[in-house]
Design a protein around this ligand. Structure first.
Ligand SMILES: CC[C@@H](C(=O)O)C(=O)SCCNC(=O)CCNC(=O)[C@H](O)C(C)(C)COP(=O)(O)OP(=O)(O)OC[C@H]1O[C@@H](n2cnc3c(N)ncnc32)[C@H](O)[C@@H]1OP(=O)(O)O
Length: 251
C-alpha cells in the first residue's frame, strides 16, 4: 500500500499519510511524499494545502521509531532531523494557506508537522502533544521553535515541557487548534477553508507574506537549525535509546 495519498479537490491539495496500522508514523517514504506534495501545491491552480492522516486513530505518531531507532549517533540522527526540518520549513514558509486536519492522535513529530501549518482543526475527542520529553529528547524537526512563535509563551513552554497529550478542549483554550469537527476529515478541512477558496490566490499569498515577514524578522530558520542540532545531541545519548527500546519492546 502506498504510504501516502496526494489528491486535488478543486484547488485544494490534500496530502494524507496512509500508514494507519503504524499510526501514520513518518518514514522516509512519507518524507518523499511530503516533498512531492509541496511541489505540486506550488502549481498556479492550487490555492491551499491540507495535511491529514488515514483512519480515525492517528493524525501522525511522529517519526517512525522502528526505522529511526537505527540512528544511534548525533551525526546519524542529524541527517534525518535536518531533512524533516527542511520539509517543515517549506510548509511553514509556503506562500499559500495550509491546514492540518487532526483526524486522530497527533504526538511527537506529528504535533510538529501540525504546528508548521497555518491552521489546525481536530476531530472531537482526539489528543495532541509534544511527548518528545518522555523519550529524553526535545522536538527536533523545528516544531518547538514554530510553536514558540504561534502560541503564547507560557502555553507553548508548558506544552513542550509537560510532554503529555492534551485533550481538544485544552488545545482550543491555548489556541493550538482553531476548531473541532465530527465526521469526515477532508470535508471538515474543506469547510474550514470554504471562504478562502473564493478569494484570488494572489490575495491569499499577499496576506501570507505579511506573516512570513514577521517569521523572517525573528530569524526562524536560524533558530530551527539550532533546535535540530540540539535534538541530535540528545538523540545520541543512552537515555533516549533506553526510552525508545521500552516503546519498541511493548510489542
Ligand atoms: C523522530 C522524530 C521525533 C521528533 O523530532 O519529534 C519524534 O517524533 S519522537 C516521537 C515519536 N513518537 C512516539 O513516541 C509515539 C509512539 N506511539 C504511541 O505512543 C502510540 O502508538 C500512539 C500514537 C499513542 C497510539 O497508540 P495506540 O492506538 O494504542 O497504538 P499502538 O501503540 O498499539 O501502535 C499501533 C502500531 O503502530 C506502531 N507505532 C505507533 N507509533 C509508532 C511510531 N512513532 N513509530 C513506529 N511505529 C509506531 C506500534 O508499534 C504498533 O505496531 P505493531 O505492534 O506492529 O502493530
Amino acid at each position: 500500500m502506498n504510504p501516502y495519498i496526494i489528491e486535488e479537490h478543486e484547488g485544494l491539495l490534500v496530502f494524507t499519510i496512509n500508514r494507519e496500522d503504524k499510526r501514520n508514523a513518518i518514514s522516509y517514504e512519507v518524507m518523499d511524499g511530503l516533498e512531492e506534495a509541496i511541489t505540486l501545491a506550488g502549481e498556479k491552480k492550487i490555492k491551499a494545502m491540507m495535511i491529514t492522516g488515514a483512519g480515525e486513530k492517528a493524525f501522525c505518531s511522529g517519526g517512525d521509531l522502528s526505522s529511526f531507532h537505527e540512528l544511534k549517533t548525533a551525526k546519524e540522527a542529524y541527517k534525518m532531523l535536518k531533512r524533516m526540518s527542511n520539509i517543515l520549513v517549506k510548509i511553514l514558509l509556503f506562500p499559500k494557506p495550509t491546514i492540518a486536519v487532526l483526524n486522530g492522535t497527533a504526538v511527537g513529530g506529528g504535533c510538529e508537522l501540525a504546528s508548521a501549518c497555518d491552521f489546525r482543526i481536530a476531530r472531537k475527542g482526539i489528543k495532541a502533544g509534544f511527548i518528545q520529553g518522555t523519550l529524553a529528547i526535545t522536538t527536533g524537526w523545528g516544531g518547538g521553535t514554530i510553536v514558540s512563535e504561534k502560541l503564547a509563551h507560557a502555553h507553548a513552554m508548558k506544552m513542550l515541557m509537560e510532554a503529555v497529550p492534551y485533550k481538544t478542549d485544552e488545545l482550543l483554550q491555548i489556541g493550538f487548534i482553531q476548531s473541532t469537527y465530527e465526521g469526515d476529515s477532508i470535508t471538515a478541512g474543506k469547510l474550514f477553508l470554504h471562504k478562502f477558496m473564493g478569494i484570488e490566490t494572489e490575495v491569499l499569498s499577499s496576506y501570507k507574506q505579511m506573516f512570513l515577514r514577521k517569521l523572517e524578522q525573528n530569524r526562524i530558520e536560524e533558530r530551527i537549525q539550532a533546535e535540530v542540532e540540539q535534538c541530535s545531541i540528545l538523540w545520541g545519548e543512552e537515555a533516549h535509546h533506553k526510552q525508545v527500546n521500552k516503546f519498541l519492546q511493548k510489542k
